[in-house]
Design a protein around this ligand. Structure first.
Ligand code: FE
Ligand code: FE
Ligand code: ZN
Length: 276
């Protein structure tokens, strides 16, 4: 058994996403809480959310993994960009309360020349402003490829953020296979070693979700170009060994591969066939 799905558009509401993923054969999904490039969000319709919740329990879905906007940057050198990002994050998390108990993943940020240390401080400072003790969402920091000035390019940077956040129990990590590979972790040749490192530095209890992507580039390329399963440098065997590793059992796997609907339906079936 595996929880597998892909990104869906929220344009037609929450219930529509549930029906769509059922028709794709999957049992989890991701969606951008607002246009990936930023912009406004619609208000939540309680009836729509209730209809989705019904589907989730009827079809035994795993946790859902909402994704914050790419424009959200909690550690930009530009103070207005930082403030904007924080406002987006606060609003997104407030909105997530309509669908309690799910995951919200975001890219920690890009320090835009300030240095990783300063970036880590600002990201943690932002999180300390917007997390609250009674919230029902777990906020996930995504492992990043390390392109440009991205923060979160290694487990140490993610750990440094978590260490500075007061409400640590509200935080987790989303393991993006393409990003982690691109940032230099050999999940093909030494998956056990990578996981041992993750456990030692962050702790496997913080591992909450997976972005399941092959990569167009070799390990360590720091590029972040996703590829379809089996068509990249990780390869189908590597993807399979990853998905079937006991460390990831029960976690939601989200495909972010360059596919159309038909492609996602096929990849979902492929991944499920590894568990049959
Ligand atoms: Fe992402
Ligand atoms: Fe990702
Ligand atoms: Zn990516």
């Amino acid at each position: 058994m595996i929880y597998i799905g892909c990104h869906l558009t929220v344009t037609n509401g929450y219930e529509a996403m549930g029906h769509q993923m059922v028709s794709f054969g999957g049992n989890t999904f991701a969606w951008f809480t607002r246009n990936p490039r930023g912009g406004k969000t619609k208000d939540v319709d309680p009836a729509d959310v209730a209809a989705l919740s019904e589907i989730l329990s009827q079809k035994s879905f795993g946790k859902l993994v909402a994704h914050g906007s790419y424009t959200m940057n909690l550690c930009s050198a530009n103070a207005d960009t930082r403030a904007n990002g924080l406002e987006m994050l606060a609003k997104d998390l407030e909105k997530m309360e309509a669908l309690p108990g799910q995951y919200y993943n975001f890219h920690p940020g890009s320090h835009t020349g300030q240095g990783a240390e300063a970036g880590i401080e600002q990201i943690a400072e932002g999180l300390n402003k917007v997390l609250w003790p009674e919230m029902h969402t777990t906020v996930l920091l995504e492992t990043m490829a390390g392109k440009g000035s991205e923060v979160g390019r290694n487990f140490e940077e993610l750990k440094a953020i978590i260490d500075r956040v007061e409400l640590k129990d509200k935080l987790g990590v989303c393991f993006d296979t393409c990003h982690t590979w691109d940032s230099g972790y050999d999940i093909v040749g030494d998956l056990d070693g990578v996981l041992a490192k993750f456990d030692k530095i962050i702790g496997l209890d913080k591992l909450k979700a997976v972005h399941f992507n092959d990569s167009k580039n070799p390990c360590g390329a720091a590029k972040d170009r996703h590829e379809k399963l089996g068509q990249g440098f990780i390869g189908m065997e590597g993807m399979k060994r990853f998905a079937t590793h006991p460390a990831f059992e029960g976690l939601p796997f989200i495909l972010e591969t360059p596919n159309d609907d038909e492609g996602y339906i096929q990849e979902i079936a492929t991944v499920q066939s590894w568990f049959a």
